[in-house]
Design a protein around this ligand. Structure first.
Ligand code: GLA
Length: 387
């Protein structure tokens, strides 16, 4: 569904529920990470792009100091007061909005009561940052509702804190940053330590980013994410370094006896992934697609073996991609996002997209008994005000 159709649908439902058209319409995109996985909370490098999948909010102020939310996607509603400090509550998706409202209040910005209708085309639990899209769309709305614009990096940090405090996920900065700052037709190389970005153009019509949703989500995800983060911190401490960003393979080898074997492997993933990400960004700049693809495959192996965040369904997709190979138009494929299910991202020749889609659909179902959902996306722009 196009962004325009979603905006129209949200506005129509808002008018039906509230009795007048919305004053504001905002949108924020999900993202796909091309490479640089589990590096952001280690002060490392990531190379994501925003996708043409959005969370849209139609809204207006009300006079009752309450926030009333309605989700088109789940059919659920949530109401909470804005008078005092906002707290966590049900349904669980409302916590992303609650957390952002709390962030504005903590910054002493005015938050009025408001009614909102929310729609989303970012698949939930697919590793494409549906939560960041909701947080960033909410923050974009609150800027309009009286808070005034936030500086973009501060906006991303506010949304990240909403995820930490209200969803309990100790995530890094990649998702929120991408949803706020992405540029159309560009991937962004983000240095998560300095928070500086380099835009990498992706305009070659001969190449397509194809996203393969395994349509599985293993329960482990959140607990294991926090565990990985702690293991990385333990490895950095053992090396007496502020973070794994400061480590390299020789320094890791030298400290091997000072850490548990599992921390060693986690650190090895982060160190090699940081290198691959920077190399992949250079290759992308040079339109060296074959090399980008090889870095993607290598990233997957490292995430599977050293970081242990893949699963059999993601491994199946990557194996199918490898079998299609460069001669079949497939240049590279890897899991994307936190892992334990969700999506794989691949780089394919545009002319081969229809055939590759069919090949993956058939082979994946044969291997797993599950139907995959496959779609392509150009790099989209970050959050915006539609009305
Ligand atoms: C999730 C987090 C991100 C990042 C990725 C893994 O998407 O929200 O901050 O850590 O996992 O790269």
């Amino acid at each position: 569904m196009s962004l325009q159709t979603m905006a129209q649908r949200s506005a129509d439902l808002f008018a039906k529920c509230v009795g007048h058209p919305p004053e504001w319409l905002v949108a924020a995109p999900g993202r796909v990470n091309l490479i640089g996985e589990h590096t952001d909370y280690n002060d490392g490098f990531v190379l994501p792009m925003a996708i043409e999948r959005y969370t849209v909010i139609a809204a207006d102020r009300n006079k009752n100091r309450q926030v009333t939310l309605h989700s088109i996607t789940t059919g659920e509603s949530a109401t909470f007061p804005v008078r005092s400090g906002v707290e966590r509550g049900e349904p669980s998706w409302s916590n992303y909005v609650r957390g952002v409202v709390a962030g504005f209040q903590q910054r002493k910005r005015k938050v009025p009561g408001f009614d909102a209708v929310i729609d989303s085309s970012v698949p939930f639990g697919g590793g494409l940052s549906s939560s960041a899209a909701l947080e960033v769309a909410s923050a974009t709305l609150l800027e309009l509702l009286g808070g005034g614009p936030l500086e973009p990096i501060e906006k991303a940090l506010l949304c990240q804190k909403a995820e930490h405090d209200f969803a309990g996920v100790p995530c890094g900065i990649m998702d929120q940053f991408t949803s706020v700052l992405a540029r159309e037709n560009h991937a962004i190389l983000l240095d998560c330590r300095t928070r500086t970005t380099t835009s990498v153009p992706m305009t070659d019509p001969a190449m397509t980013v194809l996203i393969i949703n395994t349509n599985v989500r293993h329960k482990l995800a959140d607990g294991e994410y926090a565990k990985r983060r702690a293991q990385c911190e333990a490895a950095a401490r053992a090396m007496k370094l502020p973070s794994l960003r400061d480590a390299n393979e020789p320094s890791l080898k030298a400290a091997r006896s000072k850490m548990e074997e599992v921390a060693f492997r986690r650190a090895r993933h982060v160190i090699t992934e940081n290198e691959r990400t920077q190399e992949a960004a250079r290759a992308l700049q040079a339109s060296d697609w074959a090399s980008v693809g090889q870095f993607m495959y290598a990233s997957h192996v490292s995430l599977r073996d050293d970081y242990e965040v893949s699963c059999k369904e993601l491994d199946a997709v990557v194996e199918i991609a490898r079998n299609i190979g460069e001669s079949g138009g497939m240049l590279g494929c890897r899991m994307t996002g936190a892992g334990f299910g969700g999506c794989a991202v691949s780089l394919v020749k545009t002319e081969s997209v229809p055939r590759i889609t069919k090949q993956i659909e058939e082979a994946y179902e044969k291997k797993t008994g599950i139907q995959a959902t496959i779609f392509s996306s150009r790099p989209a722009a970050g959050a915006r005000v539609l009305k």
